[in-house]
Ligand binder design. Structure first.
Ligand code: G1P
Length: 301
């Protein structure tokens, strides 16, 4: 089974930094954002490869995931073996590429990977967010197994005035993750989905549970995407094809704590994610506080 990561966007929120460098390769500490997402995608047992949906304008992404023996040898000849090992490990990840050269929406991006995923279910991981312990997709796979391999998406509660920024589900709580007794909108609750709507007005939202950006989907979604007409924002929406899938197949949602993951979608969120990743490692945390100095630490309050 493959995991798809859409990465063809322009990165406009990070301009001017992204004028000459893909947003996906911006680092969190010393590792590109995209590598965290790739490593998370490879964590579920069933996943044996990642398909990155790139645009031809960002060849640097493909280069990052390609082995460069000359470069590694140069590092080793200078005694930088652990750096060479890290470069080699990143370049050796099982990643392949397909291309989306027109920005026609998330559904269109996912459909670009139709051939690459073959006849199997697939994961989609949105690249503006990563889960450091990589367990969210693993739990989604667990829920899918419990429900005969059905599609499962991660959802979380969102304040009513923010529903129009997301995909929102309708449904009812039918159980919980094995080993928990969560109900309602609490972390670990499992819902059976009865409807999905992309970016509804607050008065039209069927619940307060939004689609977080982690999907495990039936291959049938690819067939539906092939005939999907544009929806919200005049874009081909993945949510709309999932809504159509409901007429044919059951679909479930796992309620997660979105703070389990780190947001890298805006410069401020990205900066906060860097701080969080530094502070969550005991050794780095000491160095980070030292670097902040008294003035920096005082700013944090
Ligand atoms: C996309 C999805 C939406 C989801 C959101 C999560 O929207 O279409 O359903 O809730 O990601 O970030 P976008 O952020 O691309 O507008």
């Amino acid at each position: 089974m493959k995991a798809i990561i859409p990465a063809a966007g322009l990165g406009t929120r990070f301009l001017p930094a992204t004028r000459c460098m893909p947003k996906e390769l911006l680092p969190v500490l010393n590792k590109p954002i995209l590598q965290y997402v790739v490593e998370e995608a490879l964590e579920p047992e069933g996943v044996d490869g990642v398909v990155i949906v790139n645009s031809h304008d960002k060849p640097e992404i493909e280069r990052y995931f390609s082995v460069d023996e000359n470069f590694e040898n140069m590092l080793r000849s200078r005694g930088k073996d652990s750096a060479a090992d890290e470069v080699h490990a990143a370049a050796s990840l099982p990643v392949s590429f397909v291309y989306q050269d027109e920005p026609r929406g998330l559904g269109h991006a996912v459909h670009c990977a139709a051939e690459a995923v073959g006849d199997e279910p697939f994961f989609v991981l949105l690249g503006d967010y990563f889960v450091p312990d990589r367990q969210m997709c693993v739990r989604m796979e667990q829920v899918s197994r419990e429900h005969n391999g059905a599609s499962v998406i991660a959802v979380a509660p969102v304040p009513a005035d923010q529903v129009s920024r997301y995909g929102i589900i309708a449904g009812e709580c039918v159980g919980s993750l094995p080993g928990t007794d969560a109900t309602g909108e609490n972390e670990g609750a499992v819902w059976k989905i009865s409807g999905l709507v992309e970016k509804p007005k607050p008065e039209d939202a069927p619940s307060h549970l939004f689609i977080v950006g982690r999907y495990l989907l039936s291959h049938r979604v690819m067939d539906l995407l092939a005939t999907q007409t544009p929806g919200a924002g005049n874009e081909i929406q993945l949510t709309d094809s999932m809504e159509r899938l409901l007429a044919e197949e059951d679909m479930y949602a796992l309620v997660v704590d979105p703070d389990e993951g780190c947001d890298t979608g805006t410069p401020v969120a990205w900066a906060a994610t860097n701080a969080r990743m530094a502070l969550s490692d005991p050794e780095l945390a000491v160095a980070f506080r030292e670097e902040l100095g008294e003035r920096g630490a005082a700013l944090l309050g």
